[in-house]
Design a protein around this ligand. Structure first.
Ligand SMILES: Cc1cc2nc3c(=O)[nH]c(=O)nc-3n(C[C@H](O)[C@H](O)[C@H](O)COP(=O)(O)OP(=O)(O)OC[C@H]3O[C@@H](n4cnc5c(N)ncnc54)[C@H](O)[C@@H]3O)c2cc1C
Length: 568
């Protein structure tokens, strides 16, 4: 029999943030500065969070490269979202973005510079002006270091290498989390008056992805299990330039700097699909174009080519050094001399925990920010550079609101029965000695999601995927965790992550089948090739009822912009 040591951590906090990427750290800093006692729970050391992998940059209408303003930024974002983004949330993002970027600069973020010393900005897909501020092609790395310095400066407590598993809900309020202590073993319950979810995306639902192994959508499912709805879960973005064969991201900054996409005939094939925007069309458009070229036999071993050679060595070395290094290390290709083989890969989840414009969810005391959340500023298709901005602006807003809430609510209860239930369930999993290893199910889930719920979606494939996910969920009930130890038991945490992902996959498929149109990342060229504003200009809202997803819809919030046909 396996022993589990369960303890309530003595400390109870005003605000507890689960996740230490850009969103989590920005939220914690804001809550601290608003006077709250704040702590963070993270399954990784903060600077290992996947935000650190962000390359190309962060969008704010600073107007340093050409004329620009928040309203143009908002319009581009609304249009890019294929009109599914909530326009009030988008306007807030674009209005607050410039101040939030200067705040990062004041904290020490070393952005690349123009000749006259201002923050440099590069063009990104579907943006009406060069709007993406950047630090060469390691923007996320720079931001995450700066935010971590600010955490340390404020002495904010981090429960490092704690795996958040269940939310504590009592008296119809979220009052903290039950987490597995990865280093020492054992379950710990940590109390908080307000809890902010910031656990990032779920790209690992797919076999070909730019996302790290840790991006398993954990708190989307934690929220779902606590009765909180998820929004627009069918909207998984495929990025058009992921390196073959690993799936490592090749930044959109390459196309911003002028790189070409070529097919096997050496043609810039975007002439056929987006003759105006060409390589700077939005991601959904380029991913579909690439997949069509590959499917119609004009690819090269399942890829197309990203050609940087004409940019010259000097520009590549100055602006895109990380891209060159990634290509050389992971594909043995020096982009100064050879084009890079790329293909679409799962990249960013536009859907997530349903929140209002302060990050508040439908459960009192529970907030969400960053990629785990859906406020929704990206709608059906995110513009490059807007995700980092969302982590900062909406991280800040969630932190502020959570602090205000916490400072006017005084009690925290951690009912021992909830810890006892968690302990019993975990023990049952660890005591099992016979069964299937979780990695097999995880691999099957990722492969089949890629095949049946990828760039293009067909009704019969989505139906089949629904059945596959149900079958995998049944097998999951009998998985065996072979490592019975308490210290760094990644066998156990990967099993728990698989449980999270299976529920998310079921939600995605249900929403995808119900959305009988093509909009943004949800492309159904075979049965519903057009966008259908009359019937589907609305969000999918999904909850978990009696072991299965239950679907509802909600109107999109419009302020200024009525839907128009997209031109490319
Ligand atoms: C390769 C790549 C490049 C990108 N480039 C750009 C770009 O140039 N510009 C842009 O705007 N966007 C970019 N994006 C998107 C953007 O970087 C992400 O959406 C954003 O950084 C996510 O930040 P986050 O704080 O929400 O989550 P993350 O940074 O992923 O942080 C998640 C945190 O949650 C913690 N966590 C997760 N699960 C648990 C759990 N169960 N218990 C405890 N802790 C947990 C992790 O330890 C981590 O600290 C890129 C994405 C990728 C994958």
């Amino acid at each position: 029999m396996v022993r589990i040591t369960s303890t309530a951590v003595d400390a109870k906090h005003d605000v507890l943030v689960i996740g230490a990427g850009c969103a989590g750290m920005r939220a914690a800093i804001e809550a601290h500065d608003a006077g709250a006692d704040v702590a963070i729970v993270s399954k990784l050391h903060p600077t290992r969070s996947h935000s650190g992998a962000a390359e190309g940059g962060i969008n704010a209408a600073l107007g340093n490269a050409s004329e620009d303003d928040p309203e143009t930024h908002a319009y581009d974002t609304v249009k890019g979202s294929d009109y599914l983004g909530d326009q009030d949330a988008i306007e807030i993002l674009c209005n607050e973005a410039p101040g939030d970027v200067y705040q990062l600069e004041n904290w020490g973020a070393v952005f690349s510079r123009t000749e006259d010393g201002r923050i440099a900005q590069r063009p990104f897909g579907a943006a009406g002006a060069p709007r993406t501020a950047y630090a060469a092609d390691i923007t996320g790395h720079v931001l995450i270091q700066v935010l971590y310095e600010q955490l340390v400066k404020r002495d904010i407590r981090v429960y490092e290498e704690f795996f958040g598993w269940r939310l504590v809900v009592d008296d119809d309020r979220c009052q903290g989390v039950i987490a597995w202590d990865l280093l020492n073993g054992g379950l710990k319950s940590i109390g908080a008056k307000a809890t902010i979810l910031a656990t990032g995306g779920a790209g690992r639902l797919y076999v070909g992805t730019t996302n790290a192994w840790s991006c398993t959508g954990d708190a989307m499912t934690m929220a779902l299990r606590a009765g909180v709805p998820l929004k627009d879960m069918e909207m998984m973005q495929f990025h058009p330039t992921t390196l073959s064969p690993t799936g490592v991201l090749i930044t959109e900054g390459c196309r911003g700097e002028g790189a070409y996409l070529l097919n096997s005939e050496g043609k810039r094939f975007l002439e056929r699909y987006a003759p105006n925007a060409m390589e700077l069309a939005s991601r959904d458009v380029i991913s579909r174009a690439e997949q069509t070229e590959i499917d119609e036999g004009r690819g090269i071993e399942g890829n197309v080519l990203l050609d940087l050679r004409h940019l010259g060595a000097e520009k590549i070395l100055e602006r895109l050094p990380g891209t060159r290094e990634l290509s050389m290390v992971f594909a043995g290709i020096d982009p100064i001399r050879e084009p890079i083989p790329v293909r679409p890969g799962a990249h960013y989840h536009m859907g997530g925990v349903d929140t209002d414009v302060w990050g508040a969810t439908s459960l009192e005391g529970l907030y969400a920010a960053g990629e785990v959340a859906c406020v929704s500023v990206h709608g059906a298709n995110r513009l490059g550079g807007n995700a980092l901005m969302e982590t900062i602006t909406y991280g800040k807003r969630a932190g502020r609101h959570a602090a205000d809430y916490a400072l006017t609510n005084t009690t925290v209860a951690l009912p021992p029965s909830q810890l006892a239930d968690a302990e019993r369930d975990l023990k049952a999993l660890l005591d099992r000695t016979d069964g299937e290893r979780p990695w097999r199910i995880r691999d099957e889930l990722a492969t089949t999601m890629h095949e049946n719920f990828g760039v293009f979606r067909r009704e019969e494939q989505m139906q089949r995927q629904g059945e596959i996910v149900d079958g995998l969920a049944e097998r999951y009930e009998r998985v065996v965790v072979e490592d019975k130890g308490e210290v760094f038991n990644s066998d156990l945490t990967q099993a728990l992550e698989l449980g999270f992902m299976l529920e998310l996959a079921a939600c995605m498929v249900v929403c995808g089948i119900a959305r009988k149109e093509s909009r943004g990342a949800h492309a159904r060229p075979h049965d519903y090739p057009e966008r259908d504003d009359e019937n589907f200009l609305k969000h999918t809202i999904v909850t978990w009822e009696e072991g299965a997803p239950s679907l509802d819809w909600r109107a999109v919030t419009m302020t200024k912009w009525q839907p128009k046909e997209r031109t490319y």
